[in-house]
Design a protein around this ligand. Structure first.
Ligand code: PHE
Length: 495
């Protein structure tokens, strides 16, 4: 079996081990020498890797080494304090406390007497008396021998001695360290040397690398993308905002410019301009949010006269209009826009003769009961194309292009009805095998364009953003988009 996943240091280490006795156990120093390394971390890391692959086994040994400390070193040179005191005592005829204090400095005489007492020396009437000199000599010799045997492993030393000297200041100290020993396993031994050639292993793909030729023969470091990792939690756009940005980018790329306008509007622009009859059911209080403030939005007299003519008898368009009586009061009622077509139509009124491509992604309001698929406040993706020769084919192609760029290549249109377009269509997108209706479109009727002086055909559409969001995010409840469920928000894909 090969070893293609081994890193270079692992290969080198395994190779070095194979070249020696199969059952040799290697310590760090031996590995460093055999692999020509100076960095211990490289050796330990390579050993770790090989161990994980089952190619080496590792034996770790915790060591406690006892070493001489500063006072210990002095003691080895000059003798322990108790030894020097004892020598002095044996040299005196009668050793007195007073003599001792004269012969030794205070910092030695004080603790020295304590040490002598522990050894069995007693003080009788100012004289130092030792009943059993042989035992004292033996103990002193033992102590000296212990110190001169250092440094040494703790388990090879006398425990009582270690305890004794540990309790005295700066004589000895212990150093803990781990000794590692690596041995080849049969699997490691069986690794073919051919697989242990050190290769150029690439861990980072850089532009410089790709410009050269070396990568062609190099090996790439493999990464396990299935490993557990923590999820970084950083701030990010709300999925709706991210989706809006994506839609914007697509329309901008298709040559459209963006229109942003108010959502407080008059019924005149929201409906009359779009040839929606004043007695249309959608205009009722239960469908539209009318406003008390301001009490009315003043519209130009001439404009309202033109709409009056269109609505009552079709004006100059050849249409018969809706008949009945057109009210300027109704026209000037303020409301929250029910669609963003209210903004594109005003853009056209301001720029009636210049060819244009305009879009908006903005908020609209309808008195809907909230449920799984309805909200009283939602967004529309609106757009118009006005230019000479614009036709239905162009409208369908534009919408198909937009949805294809959004990732929905299957789009179909079906006949529909809106008071302001002819022909009118519904746009449907295929999602998980089903056709879903996403919006309406059409070509503005003469009843809409003529009073505003628009001479070229206008292709127009208005589509639901939240519906699209439900597709993109795979939701079955539209409310999920607005309930600020942090856990859900964190787990949304980046759009
Ligand atoms: N305004 C329509 C709606 O709100 C959509 C639409 C826009 C239809 C433009 C035709 C042309 O559903």
């Amino acid at each position: 079996m090969g070893a293609p996943n081994l890193l270079n240091p692992e290969r080198r280490m395994l190779r070095a081990m194979q070249l020696s006795d199969a059952d040799r156990s290697w310590d760090l120093a031996a590995l460093l020498a055999a692999c020509d390394w100076t960095d211990q971390a490289v050796a330990v890391g390579a050993g770790h890797g090989l161990q994980n692959h089952g190619y080496v086994s590792l034996l770790e040994h915790e060591h406690r080494e006892i070493r001489l400390d500063s006072e210990g070193k002095k003691a080895v040179e000059n003798g322990l304090l108790e030894q020097r005191l004892w020598t002095w005592i044996t040299e005196q005829g009668t050793a007195t406390m007073q003599g001792l204090q004269e012969a030794f400095e205070r910092h030695e005489a004080g603790p020295g007497v304590g040490l002598l007492r522990q050894l069995g020396v007693s003080i009788e009437a100012g004289a130092l008396v030792a009943p059993d000199g042989d035992t004292i000599e033996a103990t002193l010799q033992e102590r000296a021998a212990f110190l001169s045997s250092l440094p040494a492993q703790a388990d090879a030393l006398d425990e009582d001695m270690i305890k004794h000297f540990s309790s005295r200041k700066n004589l000895i100290h212990a150093v803990e360290r781990t000794e590692r020993q690596w041995t080849l396993t049969p699997e490691g031994l069986a690794c073919s040397p051919d697989d242990l050639q050190e290769a150029m292993v690439i861990t980072d793909i850089t532009p410089e690398l790709l410009q050269g030729e070396a990568w062609k023969t190099a090996e790439f470091r493999s990464f396990d993308v299935g490993l557990e990792a923590t999820t970084p939690r950083t701030g990010r756009s709300h999925p709706m905002q991210a989706l809006i940005e994506r839609i914007r980018a697509i329309f901008l790329e298709m040559g459209f410019s963006e229109l942003v306008d108010d959502y407080v509007q008059s019924a005149g622009w929201n409906m009359d301009a779009l040839f929606i009859p004043q007695d249309h059911p959608a205009r009722e209080m239960q469908d539209t949010f009318y406003l008390d403030e301001p009490s009315s939005i003043k519209l130009e007299q001439g404009l309202m006269e033109a709409w009056k003519a269109i609505h009552e008898h079709g004006g100059e368009t050849g249409s018969t209009g809706w008949g009945g009586h057109y009210s300027t009061d109704v026209s000037q009622r303020p409301l929250l826009r029910t669609h963003t077509t209210v903004n594109t139509i005003q853009y056209l009124a301001d720029n009636p003769t210049e060819a244009c491509r305009v879009f908006s992604v903005d908020r609209v309001f309808r008195k809907e009961a909230i449920d799984r698929t309805h909200l009283p406040e939602f967004h529309q993706i609106e757009g118009i194309i006005m230019e000479e020769g614009a036709n239905l084919q162009m409208l369908v192609t534009t919408l198909k292009t937009f949805y294809a760029k959004m990732g929905y290549p299957e789009v179909r249109v079906r006949p529909a009805y809106f008071p302001y377009t002819e022909p009118s269509l519904e746009i449907e997108v295929k999602w998980r095998g089903k056709w879903l209706e996403l919006g309406g479109a059409g070509i503005f009727r003469p009843e809409v364009t003529e009073p505003l002086g628009i001479t070229s055909p206008v292709l127009a559409w208005g589509m639901g953003l939240e519906r699209l969001a439900m597709l993109v995010l795979g939701l079955d409840d539209i409310r999920q988009l607005y309930i600020s469920d942090l856990e859900w928000l964190r787990n949304q894909p980046i759009l």
